[in-house]
Design a protein around this ligand. Structure first.
Ligand code: UN1
Length: 513
């Protein structure tokens, strides 16, 4: 608890935190609704937050609108320089912020540090990008004309983030948006607002040092009501939302109804295919990290393992051995690999899915217990489950945000495994382990994996920020982070310039008078 107090002091977290921040000023008028945040690690109350009212929201929007008018005029490389300084601050605060991520969310400290590293990495990426943000030039069909396209700042970007990556996914959006000349309003998950408040304190140092105005980076702590306001608000031209498919469908519909842009990063049901010639030592490392890492609460978590029948028994036996020795406990301890689930509701969903899958005919091989006794008093620690199942089971078709790995057998050709892998509504991440080039190329071909991410000889989770991140189908179709994902944060303009003394019309149209 002493360590936690130290982290909170370092990161500027107080006993009660305000409902919103526009960068330098913290506020919250209502104070009617206060929420206490309990750690899933030990059940301790960490701090309380005020939930924003619609009036607070209006104030944040107004400040963001003002800031945008200034920020869009700052040259992009200068905006990049601010992001460079943010990256450096994050380097400085990596340990306490990583620890707070771990304590508030429950992922192990190594993964907390990894999450902050993702933030640092996206800052570096965005800095380079700030000198690019380029369009194409084209040749005009008309003499003495040229054409080109350019990208301009879009406006306010709304960011709704989920508890499982409480800060990294925000930073993918916010740092790109910042170099693009946009301002952000971030609504973090109600379950993990303190890491967001910590980030805002870290950013604030950079804002003050650079004499920047209020409103470039905003945080609003609110419930679904605030999320709904954001989705319906045409003053937010782009809304980036991470969470369940159910939430994404609502947000997507509301944003679509006003013809805004939605960037959706929703549920996954990610599979790893193990072919008959997979390197099993490598594969099992990836499978276990993918299935039990972050206690099964990544959107890239490995949920299905599709195994060729010739190696199925060996894989099952080796997995059982590993699963029976998983160190589960306080995620801040060095030796632990599996921390708690976020809350009791998540534990209930875990239990419900395990009951349902067994009713459908699945066999629970190991795990599925809720741990009790010393160190497990919160009731949020579970033993990761391995279940033999069929791909068609309803439970297998759904994403349960918990450490359940379904073992699914396939026989014959790889095409059979690919059909199983693609045979779900979600389309985020996928992987194959095979030492046969023909097989791996088929997996990556147009008739291979239908996911936004398809990996060879690595697992489904732990993507680097340099690639575009997101998926197809029920995953929502959005792309965040690297590659050219920045384009969605800007408005695109095609320009035709006439430097001749004539005014010819395109398509050869004659229009003389
Ligand atoms: C998420 O779970 O929402 O690829 C993001 C990964 C991480 C990001 C996951 N880099 O597992």
């Amino acid at each position: 608890q002493l360590i936690v107090e130290e982290i909170k002091t370092t990161l500027g977290i107080k006993a009660t935190n305000p409902a919103f921040s526009t960068g330098l000023v913290w506020g919250g008028t209502g104070n009617v609704n206060t929420k206490t945040i309990y750690s899933p690690v030990d059940g301790q109350a960490i701090a309380a937050v005020n939930l924003a009212t619609p009036d607070d929201y209006e104030q944040v929007i107004k400040t963001a609108e003002q800031a945008f008018i200034q920020w869009r005029q700052v040259p992009a490389p200068k905006r990049g320089d601010i992001v460079r300084q943010i990256g450096n601050k994050l380097r400085q605060y990596k340990e306490p912020l990583g620890k707070l991520v771990s304590y508030e969310m429950g992922k192990i400290y190594q993964e907390g540090l990894g999450e902050v590293q993702e933030m640092i990495d996206i800052c570096d990426f965005a800095v380079g990008l700030s000198r690019q943000l380029h369009g194409f030039t084209m040749h005009s069909e008309r003499p003495g004309h040229r054409m080109y396209e350019q990208y301009h700042a879009l406006g306010i970007v709304g960011i709704i983030s989920a508890f499982n990556f409480p800060v990294a996914v925000w930073s993918w959006n916010a740092m790109l948006a910042a170099v693009c000349g946009d301002v952000c309003i971030w609504k973090p998950s109600e379950k993990t607002p303190l890491t967001a408040i910590a980030c805002q304190h870290i950013l604030k140092e950079v804002l003050v040092e650079n004499n920047l105005p209020e409103g470039i980076f905003n945080v609003i702590i609110g419930d679904a009501e605030i999320g709904a306001l954001m989705a319906a608000d045409s003053r937010i031209p782009l809304l980036s939302a991470t969470g369940s498919t159910r939430m994404g469908k609502k947000v997507g519909a509301a944003v679509g109804a006003r013809l805004g842009r939605a960037l959706l990063e929703l549920g996954g049901n990610n599979a790893i295919i193990l072919t008959e010639n997979a390197n099993l030592d490598m594969a099992l490392r990836a499978v276990v990290f993918g299935a039990v890492g972050t206690c099964g609460q990544r959107c890239t978590t490995t949920r299905r393992l599709i195994v060729h029948d010739s190696i199925y028994d060996e894989v099952k036996e080796r997995l059982l051995k590993i699963y029976s020795n998983l160190p589960i406990g306080n995620p801040l301890s060095d030796t632990v690999l599996v921390g708690p689930l976020i809350d009791k509701e998540a534990v209930e969903n875990f239990k419900k899915s395990l009951i349902a899958v067994q009713q459908e005919g699945g066999t629970l091989l190991i795990g599925g217990e809720v741990l009790t006794g010393e160190g497990y008093e919160t009731g949020t620690y579970v033993t990761p489950a391995l279940v033999e199942a069929q791909n068609t089971y309803r439970t297998v078709q759904e994403e349960t945000f918990a450490p359940i790995l379904y073992l699914i057998k396939y026989s014959g050709e790889l095409e059979n495994a690919i059909a199983l892998q693609n045979g779900v509504r979600q389309g985020l991440s996928s992987a194959i382990f095979s030492t046969n080039l023909g097989q791996t190329e088929v997996f990556l071909s147009a008739w291979g994996s239908d996911c936004g991410i398809a990996n060879v000889n690595i697992g489904t989770s732990g993507a680097e920020i340099g690639g575009a991140f997101g998926g197809e189908k029920d995953t929502g179709g959005g792309r965040e982070s690297g590659s050219d994902a920045w384009k969605v944060y800007m408005r695109r303009q095609t320009n035709t310039i006439n430097f001749s003394r004539e005014l010819p019309l395109a398509q050869g149209i004659k229009f003389d008078f």
